[in-house]
Each structure stands twice: as C-alpha cells, then as structure tokens.
Write a protein that binds this ligand. Structure first.
Ligand code: ADP
Ligand code: MG
Length: 282
C-alpha cells in the first residue's frame, strides 16, 4: 500500500467514525425529545453492539425499545411497592411450604396468577398467629404489583384509623382513598381487637363499597363463626359483611404451628448446641 493509499484509508475510517458519532448524537437527542429516559444513555453501547453482531435494523430497534421498557417497568414496580405499604422481603420464594403443610402450594400459585384480581374476587386467610398468613398475603400483594395492579396494604387498626379520619372529611376524593380505589386492598390482622359498633359499621362500609368492584384480601386469627362477636356482637351486621365478602371468595386456611416459635426454639437449640461444643472443647 502506498503512503497515499494509507492516508486515504485513514481518512475514510475517520470520516465513518465521525458519521457514526454524529448519528449517535442525533439519535440520543431524538430519543430524549421523545421522552425516552434510559435508552439515550445506551445509544453508543447498543450501536456498537449492532455493528459488532451485525444486527438487522429491526433487531437494533427492538433492543433499544426493550431496554427502555425494562427500565420503566422496574421503576414502576419499585414505586408501586413503596406506595402499597407492603412489608419488604415477604415473597413466595422466601416462604417455606415444607414447614407449612396446611397450605397447598398449588392453591397459592393459582392466586399468584392474579386471576382473582381480574375477576374481582376476595381472599380470606383465617388461622392462628405466626402461621404465615401475613407473609403469604404480602407475597400475593407483590405478585399483584408485578402484574400491574394497584395494591394497598393496611393493618385492620390502621385502616380503621383512616376510615375514622376520612369520615370527618367527606370532600376528600374517592380516588385518594386508596382503600377504596386500589385493585387489591389487603387488610392484615382483622380480629386482634374486637370492634365497637362504629368501627364495625366502617368495616361494613369498606366491604360493601368494594364488593364486585375490586378485590379484598383479609388475614384474621378469628374463624368466620367468631366474626359476629368480633363485630360488636352485631349478628345482622356480621351476616351482611360476610355475605358480601364470601360471595366470590377463596378461603385459605393456614392452620399449622407458629413459625416464629419454631424459629425461636431453633435458635435456642443452636445456641445450646454451640455452648455444648465449647464446654466439650475445654
Ligand atoms: P401470621 O400473620 O400468621 O401471624 P406471619 O406471616 O407474620 O404470621 O409470620 C411470622 C414470621 O414468620 C414472619 O417473619 C414470616 O416471614 C415468617 N414465616 C411464617 N411462616 C413462614 C414460612 N412457612 N416460611 C418462611 N417464613 C415464614
Ligand atoms: Mg400476621
């Protein structure tokens, strides 16, 4: 190759590079102007990949769009989880079904498909304390968020506090009362305290407002038979609530022993085991 040819080749490469850089800049600006938030930062990397892997234009376009969608979806889930009030770290992956044999994994996996939310059905989890009710409903809440539904998690106490407060503020828009508008309302720990008449009526209000409009999920240490006692001893009101709640409802009995107690005993045993080893060492 003559020196002239070398210079010409170098100039061609430099020109191609410049054109590439120019395209990169333009694409980044267009994407930003169109409201893309993540893809503009990836243009250079994705263009380079497209050249390296000799991708078709459609494959390159798909790459850009997928990255933007993944970014937005991840952010939506993170924000929705925060707004939902769901406790962290309670997922189906961290639930030990072999410990809690009273719960059918299949039944929970079916609920995890969120079909009950699409059908505006309810779920009731009766069972003794520590058996994993809250964990399971939190995990189902996470599935709801991942599937694009709005979820609100409240303990029964907190819900009643809000209902009492909002009763004084009739002007507040229903849209802002997430316990009414959310696709899924999870009421945790109903029945830890018996309700007075006013709270029992608020409870009726919430169940009847959501009836066949959206889904309500409840955990309770009380069996259905004990609800009238829990609801200020008002049998008529309890029947009216249960009638609506149970009309389209899945009931998941969580009957086993307490995971909390098991964990505590397990830890104590481990500690004793270790101390035993130390004594033997001496
Ligand atoms: P409940 O609501 O029935 O009183 P929780 O769901 O609050 O019980 O469970 C108590 C604790 O034990 C929580 O930290 C929960 O994550 C844990 N837990 C309960 N059951 C299981 C299980 N089967 N596998 C893993 N962790 C569990
Ligand atoms: Mg609980």
């Amino acid at each position: 190759m003559t020196s002239n040819m070398v210079v010409r080749e170098l100039a061609r490469i430099a020109f191609a590079d410049m054109r590439m850089l120019h395209r990169e800049d333009c694409s980044r600006t267009f994407l930003e102007e169109l409201g893309f938030e993540h893809a503009p930062h990836l243009v250079a990397e994705l263009m380079e990949k497209a050249v390296r892997e000799d991708l078709s234009y459609s494959a390159f376009l798909e790459d850009i769009l997928r990255k933007e969608r993944e970014f937005r979806e991840e952010r939506r889930i993170k924000t929705s989880l925060k707004l939902s009030g769901l406790p962290q770290g309670k997922t189906l992956d961290t639930f030990d079904f072999t410990f809690q044999r009273s719960v059918g994994r299949k039944e929970i996996e079916l609920l995890a498909t969120c079909e009950y939310i699409r059908r505006k059905e309810n779920v009731l989890f009766p069972g003794p304390p520590g058996a994993g009710k809250s964990h399971l409903v939190a995990a189902l809440g996470v599935k709801g968020v991942e599937n694009g539904f709005s979820v609100t998690w409240l303990t029964a106490d907190e819900l009643l506090k809000r209902l009492r407060r909002d009763e004084q503020d009739p002007g507040k828009r229903n849209r802002r009362r997430t316990y009414l508008s959310s696709s899924v309302l999870i009421i945790d720990e109903l029945g830890f305290q018996d309700l007075d008449r006013r709270d029992a009526h608020l409870c009726f209000h919430i169940v009847s407002s959501r009836y066949e409009r959206n889904s309500t999920v409840i955990t309770s240490n009380k069996s259905v038979r004990e609800w009238s006692e829990m609801l200020a001893g008002d049998e008529v009101l309890a029947t009216a609530i249960l009638d609506r709640l149970l009309h389209h409802c899945h009931i998941v009995h969580v009957d086993g022993s307490s995971y909390r107690l098991w964990e505590m005993e397990h830890r104590t045993r481990c500690r004793q085991g270790k101390e035993g080893e130390i004594i033997e060492d001496r």
